[in-house]
Design a binder for this molecule. Structure first.
Ligand SMILES: Nc1ncnc2c1ncn2[C@@H]1O[C@H](COP(=O)(O)OP(=O)(O)OP(=O)(O)O)[C@@H](O)[C@H]1O
Length: 445
């Protein structure tokens, strides 16, 4: 027995070895007690043995038994069990569900064919419950993120979000209802906006969704009707007081002439014709070059102020200029100027906010220079990976599963910022035409 424990210690670590020793001793002591009982009271000993075997079989079949009971009287059970107790029900079903979703691993050497599954702490939270546990050998949080949809279906919850609180650990957060399922009105702009945390909407955990603009470039990708306009307008509205004080300027390229025409006076510069749009980006590149020359040796980062404002280059439908433009010369001029702004603008107070429907490489050539990437509803998981980075869809950024329905899906997005691989799920505030008109009337210069 000790030899076997030593083998387990060497191959699987101390805890499986301790578990094995405890189990082995329980078996030995239990067998001796039972034998003594058998020789004194044979009938009682045999009854005890049968009862133990039945209990063991029931315990092993607990997931299956629960499933049968659920199928038979599920509605009645649901009606009498309060939310809090549901957590314990899910915990009870967990071994079976873990096995069915491929999250189990064969247990320690010598323990037969039994399976190991994520243990950990289960606790209720407002609007759901959370499971935090140590990953089994050979697992990563991605294994759990990949099956978050089946888990949500089986647990009958709106969503299961997966992340990792620390190396070697996984956290599954199940939400009874989705806090982002109903549209959110764009918040009123903060009277003193902070370019390091602009309020754009709400996060899945109920907190405010803020994004940093200083030192960042933002890429917003989404299929038609996914809500790109609402993300862009949320940024512009959040900046509005700074636009009024002339500390920030928004320069807009609007090839479709629909989305931003109504923002007229809010934009320091606006262009809709191909030549004008290219000239506007060249002007931004020139500004970057001038600032670089002026600041060389004096300061490393630009500080926005009146007379030397922070500039946001707001480009709607980037693909129009990078891929669909037929004039090759114009296209090259645009690509060169945009590359200058993207590579040097961050420290020099010029940021890019670009929206795109089709995130292929040809349409977003310098994708890696966008430090904050926002994926609204997209058509395929491969597009999610193109926008948010390889493996993002597997890590839980299911932008391809966001509903097409405007009320329940438009404006919902997954966001990834450089340096943080965990996608955040958010919903942008929605600005109606009246909200836009009010913002222009109140803050335009
Ligand atoms: N944040 C939001 N919350 C709720 N509904 C929204 C939100 N954003 C957009 N919508 C709804 O979705 C519709 C389409 O939104 P929007 O025009 O912003 O999408 P888009 O991605 O810019 O589309 P396109 O590529 O066709 O311009 C809007 O008319 C509105 O009804």
């Amino acid at each position: 027995m000790f030899l076997l424990a030593l083998v387990i210690l060497l191959r699987r670590g101390p805890w499986p070895a301790v578990r094995f020793l405890v189990k082995a001793w329980l078996w030995i002591v239990g067998s001796i007690v039972w034998l003594v009982l058998f020789f004194r009271r044979p009938t009682a000993a045999l009854l005890l043995l049968v009862a133990l075997l039945v209990a063991l079989v029931l315990w092993r079949l607990r997931g299956w038994l629960w499933g049968q009971l659920w199928r038979w009287k599920g509605d009645r059970i649901a009606a009498v069990i309060p939310d809090r107790a549901w957590v314990w029900v899910r915990r009870f079903q967990w071994p079976q569900l873990a096995w069915r979703t491929g999250l189990t691993r064969p247990q320690a050497v010598g323990a037969g064919a039994s399976m190991e599954y994520l243990g950990g702490r289960w606790r209720p939270i407002p609007n759901g419950f959370v499971v935090v546990g140590r990953l089994l050998d050979g697992q990563t949080p991605v294994d759990y993120a990949k099956v978050s949809e089946p888990l949500a279906e089986s647990w009958q919850v709106a969503r299961v979000a997966v992340d990792s609180p620390a190396r070697g650990w996984v956290r599954l957060k199940a939400l009874w209802s989705d806090p982002l399922a109903t549209p959110l009105r764009a918040p009123l702009p903060n009277p003193r906006p902070d370019l390091r945390a602009l309020l754009l909407g709400q996060r899945e955990d109920g907190l405010a969704w803020t994004e940093r603009l200083i030192g960042r470039h933002l890429l917003v990708a989404g299929a038609t009707g996914a809500g790109k306009g609402s993300v862009q307008w949320s940024v512009i509205r959040a900046l509005a007081p700074l636009i009024r004080w002339r500390v920030v300027e928004v320069w807009t390229l609007d090839p479709k002439r629909i989305e931003f025409a109504s923002g007229g006076r809010l934009f320091a510069r606006y262009a809709a014709e191909p030549v004008d749009m290219v000239e506007l980006v060249e002007a931004a590149a020139q500004l970057v070059a001038d600032r670089a020359r002026r600041m060389a040796g004096h300061a490393r980062t630009h500080v926005a102020r009146r007379g030397d404002p922070f500039v946001l280059l707001n480009i709607d439908e980037l693909a129009f200029l990078t891929a669909y433009l037929t004039d090759r010369k114009l296209k090259d001029r645009f690509a060169g100027a945009l590359a200058t702004v993207l590579t040097q603008g961050r420290a020099l107070g010029v940021a890019v906010l670009a929206a795109v429907q089709d995130p292929r490489k040809e349409t977003v050539p310098l994708r890696q220079l966008f430090t904050t990437r926002i994926a609204l509803r997209l058509d395929e998981p491969s597009q999610v990976d193109l926008v948010l980075g390889d493996g993002a869809a597997d890590r839980g950024a299911a932008a391809h599963l966001i509903p097409r329905d405007e009320a329940t899906g438009a404006g919902i997005a997954y966001v990834i910022t450089d340096g943080d691989a965990t996608p955040r799920r958010v919903r942008a505030g929605y600005l109606s035409d009246r909200d836009i008109a009010w913002t222009v009337a109140t803050f335009a210069r």
